[in-house]
Each structure stands twice: as C-alpha cells, then as structure tokens.
Design a protein around this ligand. Structure first.
Ligand SMILES: Cc1ncc(C[n+]2csc(CCOP(=O)(O)OP(=O)(O)O)c2C)c(N)n1
Ligand SMILES: [Mg+2]
Length: 332
C-alpha cells in the first residue's frame, strides 16, 4: 500500500505557518534544553528529537482532543505539539512541582491527562500495550477515538511490539502505530538487529494496513496520518505508518556517536524538515521574510516564559517523598 501524495495546491497559508511554527517551537525548545543541561539546570537523561520534528507535528494534525497519544522517552516534541504547555514541560525538566508530572518524571516521563498525553515511556516498547489498552477501552465504550502510539524502530525487536500488534489487529482496535524509524537504536543500526528491515512488511504479517512515509516531509506525514486516522475512525482497525526519519543529535547526552559517519549525518541534515519546508513555502509564496522572523520572535518569548516558570518553580518537599506510592483515593 502506498501513501497518498501531499496536495500542495490546497495548502492554506495559515495552516502552513502553523506547521512551520510548531516545528520551530520544538527545535528551539530542545536547543534551549541542551544549553540548560550543560548549565546543570536540567539533570538526568535527555534525549533530543531534533531532526524528527516533522513526524510529531504532522501526526498531531490528524488527531482531535478526544484522541490519545502515547510516546517514548524522546517525547518533548510530541508533548509540545499535543498542547502540553511549554512551561509545564520545562518545569518538569527542572524537576519542579509545577511540572506536568509534578517534577517526578523529568524528561522521559512527561504526562498530561488533560490533553490525553499518556507519556513519556522510558521502557523501549512499553507504550505499545498501553496504547492497545486505551484503544480497547474506547472500543468497549463505543467511542470513535484514535490512539496514536509513537515508538522507535528499536521497539520492533521487543516481544511487546508483536503482542500489541497482534491483539490490536485481532480485536480490530483503533490504534495508529507510528514507528519513528531513525535507523538507530542507541548505537545499533537496524540492519544489525533485524533480519527483515522493511518494517511495513512486519506489520503486514499481522494483516494490518501499513506503509512507509517520508518522515522529513511534514506534509507527507500529515496526509498519510489523516488517511490512516480516517480509516481507523471508520472501523478499519489498526494501521501502521513507518516514518523514515533521522535524529541529528546524539542518542542522549552520553553518546560519543562512534557508530555512524559524520558524512551520513551531514547528508540527512541537508533534508532538515524545517529548512526544507520553509524553502518550499517561500517558493510557493506562502512565506515571507517577516513571517519567519515573527515565528522566531514569538517562540523566543514563549520559551523565555517557560524557563521563567521552571526557574521560579518549587521543589517538592522531602516530607512528600513517599506520596503516590499507593493511590490516595479513598476506597470506594
Ligand atoms: C526494554 C528496554 N531495553 C533497553 C533500554 C535501553 N534503551 C534506551 S533507548 C534504546 C534504543 C531505542 O531505540 P529506538 O526504539 O529506535 O528509539 P530512538 O532512541 O531511536 O528514538 C535502548 C535500547 C530500554 N530503555 N528499555
Ligand atoms: Mg531509532
């Protein structure tokens, strides 16, 4: 099965600027996080999504507020694009009480029930059964919702991937499996861990519609997702999209990147999803010089505010350390 071609002619300027702005927000947010990490303000693990922004932004366009999102530990961009506030995310990065997970999760465990953003899951493949469970609940309650589940290509080596794909297909559950294939799982290239590197074929073996998508092209991501999400809402069952993308930065803060050539990284950077989309919009006369400057200005202001929220935030008192180990809800 092939993805429908993006229809550039119907692209509206306002929507185009929204897509660009969302990608710029994620890029600048993470650049700021990298700086704050070096300054010792953010600690623990930090996995940057830089280079992959078109995937999260494109997919979110096809989801409504009732739908659910499950992501991995590389999820700052997904949380931002889903509508979790930059301040709540930055405060979480700082480990402050004002963070979306009360400062207890940090970078890898962003969570926000209000936007149905179910993590932030640090275990590779751990989000997949969660997504299937959310979709099963929707199905049993007759709610026409979609659960979008993001995971890296490294997760396809996990048993949970196969169990989740099988149950979702068998029970016809409304899950959109969004595989972010950035070619590496930490330092392991896909062809070093998988005998079959065409990931759509794996999904097809569960009798699930699946196709590859150019993950560096936000319009291609959006169209493919809209197509798949509409089919899921119409009862066609789970779909699998393989987004072919690339992370420009190291796996995490502790990675000397000995497993890939600098030349390969440079080659992918030439397909930077933000730069190439901005060029395309300029060519189509949908973007002027002042538009880009205005986007950068507003993003800068939003980020300054987010850092201010995090800086001014409070650390949870030591006395609260054991709270939430057990539910605080009174027995029913
Ligand atoms: C079950 C499990 N095994 C190992 C790890 C350690 N680990 C953290 S990230 C990672 C690589 C995952 O790669 P991929 O799924 O491709 O996602 P990416 O980091 O490329 O976004 C591994 C093995 C883990 N977090 N969970
Ligand atoms: Mg990967």
């Amino acid at each position: 099965m092939t993805a429908p071609a993006p229809e550039l002619s119907t692209l509206k300027r306002e929507h185009a600027l929204h897509l660009l702005r969302e990608m710029v927000r994620i890029r600048r947010f993470e650049e700021q996080c990298a700086e704050l990490y070096s300054a010792g303000k953010i600690r623990g693990f930090l996995h940057l999504y830089i280079g992959e922004e078109a995937v999260a932004v494109g997919v979110m366009q096809a989801l409504g507020s009732d739908d659910a999102v499950v992501a991995t530990y590389r999820e700052h961009g997904h949380a931002l694009a889903r509508g979790v506030s930059a301040g709540a995310i930055m405060a979480e990065m700082y480990g402050k009480l004002e963070g979306c997970s009360r400062g207890r999760g940090g970078s890898m465990h962003l969570f926000d029930a209000a936007t149905r953003f179910y993590g932030g899951n640090a275990i590779v493949g751990g989000g997949l059964p969660l997504a299937v469970g959310l979709a099963l609940a929707d199905r049993l309650l007759g709610r026409p919702r979609v659960t979008a589940c993001f995971f890296g290509e490294g997760a396809v080596a996990e048993g949970e991937f196969h169990e989740s794909m099988n149950l979702a297909a068998l029970w016809n559950l409304p899950v959109l499996f969004c595989c972010e294939n950035n070619l590496y799982a930490m330092g392991t290239a896909l062809e070093r861990s998988e005998s079959e590197t065409d990931l759509s074929l794996k999904a097809a073996s569960f009798a699930m519609p699946a196709w590859p998508v150019d993950g560096m092209d936000v319009l291609a991501v959006e169209r493919a997702t809209q197509h798949a999400a509409a089919a899921i809402r119409n009862g066609a069952g789970p779909h699998f999209l393989e987004f072919r993308t690339y992370r420009f930065r190291a796996h995490s803060a502790f990675d000397p990147e000995l497993y890939r050539d600098k030349g390969e990284v440079e080659q992918w950077k030439r397909r930077d999803p933000i730069v190439s989309f901005a060029v395309l919009l300029t060519q189509r006369a949908l973007l002027g010089d002042t538009d880009l400057a205005a986007i950068e200005d507003s993003v800068r202001a939003e980020l300054a505010e987010a850092v201010a929220v995090a800086e001014a935030g409070t650390l949870e008192p030591v006395e609260d350390l054991t709270r939430f180990v057990y539910s605080e809800r009174p027995p029913q």
